[in-house]
Design a protein around this ligand. Structure first.
Ligand SMILES: Nc1nc2c(ncn2[C@@H]2O[C@H](COP(=O)(O)OP(=O)(O)OP(=O)(O)O)[C@@H](O)[C@H]2O)c(=O)[nH]1
Length: 296
């Protein structure tokens, strides 16, 4: 049997005449190049089916248009070309096309003090869409950091002051005794609570832009000051304790810091962010959100 005689159901007309918003494939395994690395991703690719009477789209054409994605660094221009192929291969059927690429980038991050480094995973999703309003591309990224509660820190300090007043009622303080007291959990009676926290970003990018994953990670981690670490020796842990102590943050503080840092960037068109502090004193989270030039 040759190809010409194969039945083609997609070419038939549909019994129910109804245009569809999106038709495509989800979870396609696809390597891409991002931040200079080859990364295994899952891709969702689809088009609108605007021809109400057409039975189906041509999935193989979308699938084959993805082949370019592994050949060069992921960028707005590359995604735009893939979407143009989606639409070119569906002329008369589809007016809009979209593509989303999900994966996890592994970036090497140095330790705070020791000469060590380790890998950290950054889940991301790049979403691109071509429709009658033009081309849009957005980077979603998630990263983890540590936050120490400023209220809990103040309450802990108050308890330490009270214990100090009880333990040293005299005006004349024996220096050695105070030093020993400071190094003892009977003196420093309380510690504030810290939590592993996450920041998620949805960043709208320019059309030709290379996907600035590393740039966004560096900017966010510098703004936050206490990104979670990879390889940690005691010297690194002590430096991290100091960084946390000097970097007390409510979720509102973290959202404001990130929001004002991102607003200054000329490589983005708008963004939304959400920070989640997985609080340890209770089983629910503290959450803050902020959006700038970002309409859903
Ligand atoms: N549209 C559509 N295709 C499906 C679906 N499930 C599986 N397919 C298959 O996707 C395969 C590829 O479809 P097409 O792109 O139309 O393949 P083709 O007709 O060989 O390719 P063209 O000649 O370029 O149209 C076909 O064998 C379809 O049966 C579905 O739910 N919808």
């Amino acid at each position: 049997m040759n190809a010409l005689s194969l039945p083609d159901i997609a070419a038939q007309t549909s019994t129910f005449e109804l245009p569809l918003d999106w038709v495509g494939m989800c979870g396609i395994a696809q390597p891409v190049v991002l931040a200079g690395q080859r990364i295994a991703t899952q891709v969702d690719a689809g088009v609108s089916l605007d021809d109400a009477s057409a039975r189906g789209i041509h999935m193989s054409r979308l699938y084959l248009a993805l082949e370019e994605l592994e050949r060069e660094e992921l960028s707005g221009a590359l995604l735009r070309r893939a979407l143009a192929r989606f639409l070119d291969s569906h002329q008369g059927l589809s007016a809009s096309a979209s593509l989303s690429v999900r994966g996890e980038a592994l970036l090497q991050r140095p330790a705070l003090v020791s000469p060590l480094a380790g890998w950290k995973a950054y889940p991301f999703e790049v979403r691109a869409r071509q429709d009658r309003w033009g081309f849009h591309v957005e980077l979603q990224l998630q990263l983890a950091y540590s936050s120490t509660c400023p209220c809990s820190a103040a309450l802990a300090r108050q308890l330490i002051q009270q214990r100090f007043a009880e333990d040293f009622p005299d005006q004349h303080l024996p220096r050695e005794q105070v030093l020993a007291w400071l190094g003892n959990s009977q003196g420093i009676v309380a510690t504030p609570h810290s939590q592993r926290s996450t920041a998620t970003f949805w960043v709208r990018l320019g059309a030709r832009e290379t996907i600035p994953l590393l740039r966004l990670v560096d900017l966010a981690e510098q703004s936050l000051g206490t990104a979670v670490q990879t390889a940690v020796k005691r010297s690194d842990e002590q430096a991290f304790a100091l960084a946390n102590g000097q970097n007390l943050m409510f979720c509102e503080d973290a959202a404001r810091r990130l929001g004002s840092a991102l607003q200054k960037q000329d490589w983005l068109e708008g963004f939304r962010l959400r920070v989640v502090h997985a609080e340890s004193p209770h089983a629910h989270d503290a959450v803050a959100e902020y959006a700038w030039r970002y309409r859903t």
